[in-house]
Write a protein that binds this ligand. Sequence first.
Ligand code: UD1
Length: 434
Amino acid sequence: MKKYVIRGGNPLEGEVRISGGKNAAVAIIPAALLVNGVCIIENVPVVNDVILLTKIMSNMGAKVSFLDKTTLRIDSTEIHTCAAISELVRKMRASYYLIGALLGRFGNAQVGLPGGCDFGVRPIDYHIRGFEALGATVTIEHGIVNAVAENGVKGTSLSLDFPSVGATINIMMAAVLAEGTTVIENAGKEPHIVDIANFLNAMGAEIRGAGTDTIKIKGVKELHGGRYEIIPDQIEAGTYMVMAAATGGRVKVSNVIPKHLESISAKLEEIGVTVEEDDDFITVSREPSQIMNKVNIKTLPYPGFPTDMQPQMSTLLCLANGTSIVTEGIYEHRFKYVDELRRMGAKMDVDGRVCVITGIEKFTGAAVTACDLRAGVSLVIAGLCAEGMTEISNVQLIERGYEDIVEKLRGLGASIGISDDEPQISEKTGENAG
Ligand code: UD1
């Protein structure tokens, strides 16, 4: 099994180029199913979730190929099935977008219930209620969601109980080709929701208001092919910003939209890290001797602090002076990684949605296991600044969302290798076992 082996202690220095947004890509690729033509999608991150989706789409009859490393061509003219029920579908959360896309285009979808990162119950009831409001009958049997709109998808007005990212995007997709206009109130406002709306509009949809609480979708007859460039990944960018701060280095994080990173930049500055913004890059620096301040964080829907940056920022706060309190406002069980960080010396106490972090002087290398994507990358952060060697297993979870992470970190001066062998370091000391 593939593992990362990290020798901690090198301050990261240099420039890292951020890839296209993973959460935007995993919605835009299924959204191409709505298009009766060829979509050329640029700035696609080549991560495991994207590869999985291209396989699922190919199995359904779409012609999918990479024109170069980051440009994907998808021709969905001849889709021969409305069913996506293979085990590939269960491997990722974002496969739920296949329901909205198939229902929107064909009025019919059979899709396996999604899997994805395990941080508690992740229902899709808001999605289902949205599809029903659009005229579909939805049943779940044997782990498969069946959505059928016998009389076609019809525009409607609905309000989400919570501004769910996935439900907002999924309902938007299902409504794009509907008869009439759909209004989604209390919609999510995340940058990638806007990106999917922009993609669909570029293919002929009429969506207004994405990025605000109210999204209006005027149904159109057909979407046509076209070209679209995915926005940069704000979570990947935020992760490298935290890595620069944690290691006491200086990193230019390029190909970003600084506005999307405001809540992360603001917290880093409160911690005492220097953040310099420019048009499309941010430079983050900290002198190794510069003490970091404790801060309190609560994760919230955008523009609040993102839950997908909570594990990384909590890891950084382990090295701050004093006691920080991190409250998880989106998911009930997103502190599972804390046990692994404790093996590296972290002092973290979790009570429900709250984690109390007492600052320590340093992490110590250990053999640890990634339990989900962002939790996994947090172990990388801890390993980069730990004393000694850290060996991280289950890294395929990290590669679900971070393109070329090992190469990018090496480019910044990190000492990180890949091993396919048995453990190389002693669990007790974190040092080479021999
Ligand atoms: C998306 C992101 C994920 C991120 C999350 C929150 C993708 C592929 N994933 O996930 O990385 O952590 O947004 O920013 O883009 N909920 C329900 N019923 C539903 C839907 C959601 O109860 O039908 C709850 C969830 O359990 C959670 C909250 O609403 O507590 C927010 O979830 P949501 O915004 O929908 O997250 P995802 O779209 O799954």
